[in-house]
Design a binder for this molecule. Structure first.
Ligand SMILES: *Cc1c(COP(=O)(O)O)cnc(C)c1O
Length: 372
C-alpha cells in the first residue's frame, strides 16, 4: 500500500545525518530537534501552537483532557473512521455519539450531526477522512451556536487546504479549537516509529496541554493536574523535520497518482472514483478509495491479492457495530450510508513513489476483473 523504502532512499542523505546528530548529542528526549520541528510545523500549518506527543491516539486523548471534558459529556463523531477516535472518548468516560457520514466525501454528515446534539453535548470530533476536510464551515457554525468544542482528527489530512465559504484558505488542523495528528509511518507525514501532535491557536489551552503531556507538570515535580507521559522522541523529530520540507511535494505526487487512477476508471460504470469536496489543494489522498457498485468487492480484493496488488478495506465494520462500542441508543436506520460504504469501499496503493507502470498494472487488473 505504501513504499516507505523507496521514499527513504530518496531522502536518506538528509535523514541519516539528522538521526546521527541526535545519537551523537544523546539528547534523545526533548532535545533541540523536537523544538525545531515544532517551530517548523507551526509555521507550515499556520497554527500558533504545536505540542508534539507520542502518537495520534494520545493527541486526541490529550486534546480532550485539555478541554476539561468530564465523564458523561457527549462527544459526537463519525461512525465511519478508525477506532482511535471513539476509543479515547470512551477511555475518558465521555459518552461517544456516533453519527452517519456523507456518501460522497465519507466525512461526518451535517444533518446527522445536528440531530445528535443534546443538552449534554460538549464537543464534535470531525475526522478528515482519507485526506480531505469535513465541512468545517458548517461544523464551526453549529459549534458556535451550541457552545461546543471542535477537535479535528487530522491524522489523515496533514497538508490539506480548507477553503471556507469566504474563500479564505486554512491548513487542515488549524480550524477547530484544537486538533490532533499522527506521524505513524504510513501517514502523509510519517516518522520511523510512533509520533503525533496537538495543534491549537489558544494560548491557555496550549499551556494546559504542555503540562498534560508531561505528567501534569508546569513546574518540575509539581503536579497540578493529572497528566500522561506522551513524548515525541528526538530521533523521530529529526526524521520529521527532514521530511516536512517535502510534504507538499509528497502530497502533490499523491494527487497526481489519484488523477491517473481516476482517468483510467473514467469509463467504468461499476467504479465510483473519489469525490473532491474542494479545489485541487483540498485533498491529500491519505487513501485513494473507490466505491465498487454491482460487483463483489471482496472477490475483487481477493483477485488483487492474487495478482500481488495490495489493497485495503478501510473500514470493514461501522464503529456503531463494534462490540466495544455497542449502544442501545443506536438505530440502524440512522446509519444507512456507513452500512453501505463498508460493503463498497476499497483502497488502492497510494504513496509518493507510485509510477505509471504500477498504476497501469493496477488499473488494468481491476478493469479486466470487472469486465469479466
Ligand atoms: C492513524 C489514525 C489515528 C491514530 O494515530 P496513531 O498515531 O496510530 O495513534 C487516529 N485517527 C485516525 C483517523 C487515524 O487515521
Amino acid at each position: 500500500m505504501v513504499d516507505l523504502k523507496g521514499q527513504y532512499n530518496n531522502i536518506k542523505d538528509v535523514v541519516n545525518p539528522a538521526i546521527q546528530e541526535v545519537i551523537e548529542t544523546t539528547a534523545f528526549i526533548n532535545g533541540p530537534k523536537v523544538h525545531e520541528f515544532q517551530k517548523n510545523l507551526e509555521q507550515y500549518s499556520g497554527v500558533k501552537h504545536v505540542i508534539p506527543c507520542a502518537n495520534g491516539t494520545d493527541a486526541l486523548q490529550i486534546a480532550m483532557m485539555g478541554l476539561g471534558l468530564k465523564p458523561g459529556d457527549e462527544v459526537i463523531t463519525a461512525d465511519f473512521t478508525f477506532a482511535a477516535t471513539v476509543e479515547v472518548i470512551a477511555l475518558l468516560n465521555l459518552t461517544p455519539v456516533l453519527v452517519d457520514v456523507n456518501s460522497d466525501d465519507f466525512n461526518i454528515n451535517i444533518d446527522a450531526l445536528k440531530n445528535a446534539i443534546t443538552p449534554k453535548t460538549k464537543a464534535i470530533v470531525p475526522v478528515h477522512l482519507f485526506g480531505q476536510c469535513a465541512n468545517m464551515d458548517a461544523i464551526m457554525e453549529i459549534a458556535n451556536e451550541n457552545n461546543l468544542f471542535v477537535i479535528e482528527d487530522n491524522a489523515q489530512a496533514i497538508g490539506a487546504t480548507y477553503t471556507d465559504k469566504n474563500g479564505v484558505k486554512t491548513k487542515a488542523g488549524a480550524i477547530g479549537h484544537v486538533s490532533a495528528t499522527s506521524f505513524f509511518p504510513s501517514k502523509n507525514l510519517g516518522c520511523y516509529g510512533d509520533g503525533g501532535a496537538i495543534f491549537t491557536n489558544n494560548d491557555d489551552l496550549a499551556h494546559t496541554i504542555r503540562g498534560i503531556v508531561n505528567h501534569g507538570m508546569y513546574v518540575r515535580y509539581h503536579h497540578d493536574v493529572v497528566g500522561v507521559n506522551s513524548r515525541l522522541d528526538s530521533i523521530q523529530a529529526a526524521v520529521l523535520d527532514a521530511k516536512l520540507p517535502h510534504l507538499d511535494t509528497y502530497n502533490r505526487k499523491r494527487r497526481e497518482a489519484a488523477n491517473k487512477y481516476d482517468n483510467a476508471f473514467k469509463a467504468i460504470d461499476n467504479i465510483e472514483t473519489p469525490y473532491r469536496n474542494g479545489g485541487d489543494d483540498s485533498h491529500v489522498f491519505h487513501q485513494y478509495t473507490l466505491k465498487i457498485k454491482g460487483v463483489d468487492r471482496d472477490a475483487l480484493a481477493q483477485h488483487l491479492n492474487e495478482n500481488n496488488i495490495p489493497c485495503g478495506v478501510y473500514y470493514p465494520i461501522p464503529l456503531h457495530k463494534q462490540k466495544a462500542y455497542l449502544d442501545a441508543r443506536y438505530n440502524e436506520a440512522n446509519f444507512k450510508v456507513t452500512n453501505q460504504l463498508v460493503q463498497e469501499v476499497i483502497s488502492l496503493p497510494m504513496h509518493t513513489e507510485l509510477d505509471d507502470e504500477q498504476i497501469e498494472y493496477i488499473t488494468s487488473t481491476i478493469i479486466k476483473f470487472i469486465n469479466g
